[in-house]
Design a protein around this ligand. Structure first.
Ligand code: BJW
Ligand code: ZN
Length: 227
């Protein structure tokens, strides 16, 4: 912990890279734990793919509307607040808005957002919770997230790559490091000579690039880093 705090104090350009574990202590289940309760009988591939949406758009919409409602009921945790205090560039894989609500400015959302549905035909934004047809062309509205097999938003990916290439410290928080290309971001920073600090209660493939791995929950470990 002491060497991590020192790395943070010495860093001039910091990137924070977050995943679902960041919001776990706000009561939002991680991606790999999200298929419990009502959704127990489904796999991620039944819900988070373009094929699933083709097959059963109503089912996929129900899942996303349920998750949006859960996020609306949740509040940012002290980990989100610490990330806002650290500043620098924030790259998140999360589709919730808890970083924004904790005061982080312009997080880069690599996997989209629960709050930005768009038309699957003309790509125009459609209002959140405003029904499932596009007001402009009558096409089917879709959740504004990145499903398996889809490309990440180019502008977000470019910003993330640029920031990771040009930082001296990257702090990765609450991600399993399994989903690509997002998982390349910490590897890229390390390859360019940045120090990598990992915050995760469990080991992950990112242990390999992390100079320091802090094995604990984000809402405890991140505020302690700033103390
Ligand atoms: C805590 C904690 C606490 C718990 N504090 N920590 C084989 C090899 C390589 C790649 C592929 C492959 N086969 C297929 C692919 C590609 C695929 C991929 O990577 N698959 C892997 C699973 C193998 N990738 C894609 O398809 C991507 N697109 C693509 O490759 O396009 C190519 C293309 C090119 C040209 C034309 C067209 C296409 C797109 C990936 C999109 C991912 N989308 C999702 C869903 C978003 C919408 C939604 O939420 O419904 O994004 S998947 C899901 O995973 C979500 C997450 O953002 C993402 C990452 O998950 P994350 O955040 O790491 O969460 P978890 O749950 O995995 O882990 C939580 C962690 O928190 C754990 O480690 C816990 O220990 C920890 N934790 N409590 C701190 N309190
Ligand atoms: Zn449209």
């Amino acid at each position: 912990m002491r060497s991590a705090a020192q790395l943070l104090r010495d860093a001039r350009r910091v990137v924070v890279f977050t995943g679902a574990g960041m919001s776990a202590e706000s009561g939002i289940p991680t991606f790999r734990d999200s298929l419990t309760g009502l959704w127990e009988r489904y796999n991620a591939e039944d819900l988070a793919t373009p094929e699933a949406f083709e097959r059963d758009p109503e089912l996929v919409w129900r899942w996303y509307e349920w998750r949006r409602a859960e996020v609306e009921k949740a509040r940012p945790n002290p980990g989100h607040e610490a990330v806002a205090a650290i500043g620098g560039v924030l790259i998140t894989q999360n589709v919730d808005d808890l970083h924004e609500r904790a005061g982080s400015k312009d997080p880069v959302h690599l996997h989209g957002s629960l709050f930005a549905p768009r038309c699957s035909a003309c790509e125009r934004p459609v209002p959140v919770g405003g029904g499932h047809l596009c007001g402009s062309c009558g096409g089917r509205a879709r959740p504004g997230v990145v499903w398996f097999g889809e490309q990440l938003p180019a502008e977000a990916l470019e910003k993330a790559v640029a920031a990771a290439s040009d930082c001296d410290l990257l702090i990765t928080v609450g991600t399993s490091g399994l989903v690509y290309p997002a998982a390349e971001i910490p590897h890229l920073a390390a390859a360019r000579g940045a120090a990598v600090i990992q915050v995760n209660p469990q080991p992950t493939p990112l242990d390999e690039v992390a100079e320091v791995s802090l094995r604990g929950p984000a809402a405890t470990v991140l505020p302690a880093l700033l103390r």
